[in-house]
Ligand binder design. Structure first.
Ligand code: NDP
Length: 333
């Protein structure tokens, strides 16, 4: 029963040295508990924040303790009547092949609704994040221009497609030619910019948005955002979802001041955490699963095989190795 612990807190870019593999006994099952076998493990950028002990919106991981995150698992033994053997659940679980759990917070999954892995992506936290950030903060109207950074990732791919469903002109920013081709050819983005090769990002954004920008869904921050701010229209809305460009910074990020632009353009900028919208999760989940079922939302995953490759899959998020949702498949059902 392999488990992965936080070995040390990273300074700057994390490495495999920050993780430690350990062999643990498969626990014996007590009353009121289930034994779970992990099937799919989600690796997410926010976990970088939890590896550090800086104050944030989720508690830091403890050095020497297992990393915890989104996992889809199967109940293989049960002493909880509501979660019989064979039930598939999603929940916050340790990076561990087998674990014992009291059931609280585990969400049973209907295996007939969609592939199990979707519950960690488009039908899970990243899909909900895209939905609320775009629709509740961005509030896109037909004909408006929407820009999304981190466009080819788990959240970004869903943001751009929902914006297309709402009748917007959609411009994505991502980091490889394959991703650019995917956004334009497969997902129907109107324009996509490779921020790594484009030269002046300001010029590229300006050319791609001849009518200015009404909604910016920001997954990244940094110079991409600065270029977007310069092209905002009156009454623009900015949903600050992620700032991955800074997650490995060791100094306080500095740059262009955005306040004069927000003022001049009567623009709204709002940070959010997906759980802020927990009361509406059911509504969003219903819309997202309907759109997936009707083929209106396409979905892409990068699935790494093998429990031992979890740290590597996580680290790959910071060099853009994933297109769509990055997952690790650790066992067959
Ligand atoms: P992604 O699937 O988008 O994976 C991360 C991607 O970020 C990489 O593939 C890479 O793509 C890009 N990237 C990495 N480093 C940089 C950099 N320095 N500059 C620009 N791009 C970079 O992850 P998610 O979709 O899961 O998450 C996207 C963002 O949303 C993250 O910032 C995350 O923290 C945030 N988030 C926020 C939530 C909330 O509640 N507010 C909930 C979920 C996610 P590329 O090849 O394009 O560089």
């Amino acid at each position: 029963n392999k488990t992965i612990l936080l070995a040390s807190r990273p300074m700057g870019m994390p490495t495999s040295e920050n993780f430690k593999f350990e062999e643990r006994d498969v626990p014996t099952l007590q009353e009121g508990k289930v034994l779970l076998k992990a099937l799919f493990v989600s690796v997410d950028p926010y976990m970088r924040g939890r590896m550090s002990d800086a104050e944030s919106y989720v508690a830091p991981y403890t050095v020497g303790e297992p990393i915890v995150g989104g996992v889809v698992a199967e109940v293989i033994e049960s002493k909880i009547p509501e979660l019989p053997k064979g039930t598939v659940v999603q929940g916050a679980l340790p990076w561990q092949q087998f674990s014992v759990h009291a059931g609280e917070g585990l969400i049973p999954i209907d295996p007939n609704l969609a592939p199990l892995s979707y519950h960690l992506g488009i039908l899970g936290m990243p899909g909900l994040t895209a939905y609320f950030g775009l629709l509740y903060i961005g509030d896109p109207k037909p004909g408006e221009t929407v820009v999304v950074s981190g466009a080819a990732g788990a959240v970004g791919t869903v943001v751009g497609q929902i914006a297309k469903l709402k009748g917007c002109r959609v411009v994505g920013v991502a980091g490889s030619e394959d991703k650019i081709a995917y956004l334009k050819d497969e997902l129907g983005f109107d324009e996509a910019i490779n921020y790594k090769t484009t030269g002046s990002i300001k010029e590229a954004i300006s050319n791609a948005c001849p009518d200015g920008i009404d909604v910016y869904f920001d997954n990244v921050g940094g110079e991409i955002s600065d270029a977007v701010y310069l092209r905002l229209n009156n009454f623009a809305r900015i949903a600050v979802c992620g700032q991955i460009a800074y997650y490995n910074s060791t100094t306080v990020p500095t740059g262009m001041r955005v306040e004069p632009i927000l003022l001049k353009k009567s623009a709204l900028m709002k940070g959010f955490i997906v759980r802020d919208y927990a009361k509406d999760f059911a509504v969003a989940a219903k819309d997202l699963s309907a759109w997936v079922k009707e083929g209106k939302l396409k979905y892409q995953e990068t699935i790494t095989e093998g429990f031992e490759n979890i740290p590597e899959a996580f680290l790959g998020l910071f060099s853009g190795q994933n297109t769509g949702k990055q997952l690790v498949k650790v066992a067959e059902r």
